[in-house]
Write a protein that binds this ligand. Structure first.
Ligand code: AMP
Length: 395
């Protein structure tokens, strides 16, 4: 059996998936797990696709687990279940590839050093992504490791959509829109092309609506516009992030509220969005339940929906029309009310809802066929495994 270990390392958790490669070179998920609570008292869980007992165990109390220790726990379970010799490579989700890393890349000392230079562009994610890479190199030095970048899919965005209206010297220093969720968009672009090759060549908007949320406008499977920008803070309102906000609010908070840059950053990333507006939760399921009693929950939900409708309309203008809208990620795949309200809000583009298809979460959820709306579950782990497999022969 040949396995690829897919790693998505954050500040307090490492998510992993084990993808088996079959004789045709296709990837099939055989386990998915995570260590939560890194830096604190951690917990490890792993679910297997078949035949093996699921694992859920708390790490010894009082132990503050590092990324390296968390990876050791994951590797031990791989070893116990399949044997470490089954591993042929590891694929990492790396949030930022900067302007130069636009394809899956082998992680060696030189590329890791270049990726370290990008930490200022993604200080909340890149260091943790790279900590996992370096820990895995120490634990399994011979295992080829591959980086897949959340920014890479957006390398095709033209300057008109990429650049800020800043002096050229600053743009040349890399202060421009990069876009994120690119691994998910790449997966959806391939899945849609597989289902509907003709339409995938036309004007498509993918709405990746999860705890982090963004949109991507594509023509012929290539990204031409996206709502996230220099950081993953821009664009849509999210679970705990503001999305786009008048930058003058930030100067005001610093001058008048005496907030430090770190405090403003925490406010905009962690304390705003659905959570901040509702005062209750970043989870849309909790807000739906609370909506009957809580005006703040209703406002948070309506603002989220309103922003999605406005931004889809804006990207449709950039594409000069719309042929397909695709919903994906936690909210996009699972919240029929959000999808229904968004489609109704886009009647000006010619979209009409098929109520029953939407409530059953069929593949096509619009009664209009041009444009049409679809739901496609994303699978970033499968995309990373495929990308890893594609460059393993060169490693
Ligand atoms: P993601 O970041 O893609 O994992 O999405 C996480 C978000 O998706 C959660 O915070 C919820 O708001 C939403 N979500 C997940 N499962 C469901 C569900 N079954 N119904 C409605 N919303 C869901």
């Amino acid at each position: 059996m040949h396995l690829i270990l897919v790693i998505n390392a954050g500040s307090s958790s490492i998510k992993c998936a084990l993808m088996a490669i079959d004789a045709q070179g296709l990837v099939k998920e055989c386990a998915r797990g995570q260590v939560d609570g890194i830096g604190h008292e951690a917990e490890f869980s792993m679910r297997f696709a078949d035949g093996h007992k699921d694992i859920k165990e708390a790490m010894p109390t009082g132990v503050k687990m590092s990324h390296k220790e968390a990876l050791s726990v994951i590797l031990k379970s791989v070893d116990d279940t399949f044997g470490l010799s089954a591993l042929i490579g590891a694929g990492h989700r790396i949030v930022h590839g900067g302007p130069n890393f636009v394809k899956p890349t082998k992680l060696d000392s030189a590329s890791i050093a270049e990726l370290r230079k990008l930490i200022p562009l993604a200080p909340l994610h890149q260091p943790h992504n790279l900590a996992a890479v370096e820990s895995l190199r120490e634990l399994l030095p011979e295992l080829p490791q591959i980086a897949c970048f959340d920014t890479a899919f957006h390398a095709t965005i033209p300057d008109i959509a990429r650049n800020f209206a800043l002096p050229k010297a600053l743009i040349e220093k890399g202060i421009k829109r990069y876009g994120f969720h690119g691994i998910s968009y790449h997966y959806i672009a391939e899945a849609f092309a597989h289902n509907d090759p003709e339409r995938a060549r036309s004007r498509v908007i993918v709405a990746h609506l999860g705890n982090g949320a963004s949109l991507c406008g594509m023509i012929n499977r290539q990204s031409v516009a996206t709502t996230m920008g220099f950081s993953a803070l821009d664009g849509l309102m999210m679970g705990t992030r503001t999305g786009s906000i008048d930058p003058a609010v930030i100067f005001y908070l610093m001058r008048e509220e005496k907030m430090t840059p770190d405090a403003v950053e925490k406010l905009l990333y962690n304390q705003s969005g659905l959570l901040g507006v509702s005062g209750l939760s970043n989870d849309i399921r909790t807000l739906r339940k609370a909506a009957a009693e809580s005006a703040d929950a209703r406002l948070a939900l309506s603002m989220f929906t309103y922003r999605v409708i406005r931004e889809i309309s804006s990207i449709a203008a950039a594409l000069n029309g719309l042929d397909a809208l695709i919903f994906t990620a936690g909210i996009g795949e699972n919240d029929p009310q959000l999808r229904a309200e968004v489609i109704k809000g886009l009647s000006h583009l010619g979209l009409t809802l098929n109520e029953s298809a939407n409530s059953k979460r069929d593949y096509q959820i619009s009664s209009s066929t041009h444009p049409a709306a679809f739901v496609i579950p994303t699978n970033e782990e499968a995309m990373i495994a495929r990308a890893t497999l594609s460059i393993l022969p060169d490693c």
